[in-house]
Design a protein around this ligand. Sequence first.
Ligand code: PEP
Ligand code: MG
Length: 313
Amino acid sequence: RRLAAVAAYSGLGVTSDGHAVALLANVGTADEAARAAADDVEGVGLFRTEFMFLDRQDPPSREEQAKTYTEVLEAFGERRVVIRTLDAGADKPLAFADLGAEENPALGRRGLRLSQAREELLDTQLDALADAYHATKADMRIMAPMVATLDEATWFAGKLRERGLPSAGIMIETPASAIRAEHLLADLDFASIGTNDLTQYTMAADRMQGELGSLLSAWQPAVIAMMKAACDGAKSADASIGVCGEAAGDPLLALVLVGLGVSSLSMAPSRVPEVRAALATHSLADCQAMADAALAAPSLKEARDAVAELASS
Ligand code: PEP
Ligand code: MG
């Protein structure tokens, strides 16, 4: 399997003028990771670890987790693997960490907030990640979900450093973290924009309610402006920034994101070939012109039309 992975991997995504963009896979289980390792991807940009925790009475032990993480790291060899710590909460409830019913679960104790309320769960997870890292010395990077304040980011990064873990990051999926990215990232290595939640919270539109239609699109000018703020902040803080929400797999929007300054795009592996092809036919300057056009557009439709026109010209 590892040989097949190496044979399929053709290198970084690249624009027509040679600007590299890492094209990465979103995965939720070790099996999915093993399949993705045989695909033409630069690594994993989002391993959603909560699937190991859901639908069971007790949390997975340090040993059980370390085994899974080691498997995923080994499947990717030298390629990077970005692991997100437990992102559960009232809408993805855990039998062993019941914090009680909440009126607005999406605004409640989910993501890193749950980890702060049940610190032992995060500590065990980070211990297991440290075991896997020290056993493999792989290119493992760890990030926290649903961060809103500098205190949260600092608290999380401190836990990673205590364990000798090499690369600390946060997801940017709240407007608070997007507009304060420079400050939140001052002491961190990287950020990954979660466009699903960033759209939900920017537009105040529940991502579970499909009938909200275009309010849930990352093409909304407000969401694009929020992502620009995050990219500018990351640049000032000298931290790398990527995207791991669904928007990364939309070839046109991916060009806009590259124009805004992201250096990686993580998506369902099936989306990678189309995004790779879109990158290969446009230069970095083209992408920057598309980002400018999207930012200047007064509406979602005009943003998408303007970018589509530039992409086909
Ligand atoms: C996101 O919010 O965009 C994201 C990648 O995380 P999830 O979809 O798992 O909430
Ligand atoms: Mg999210």
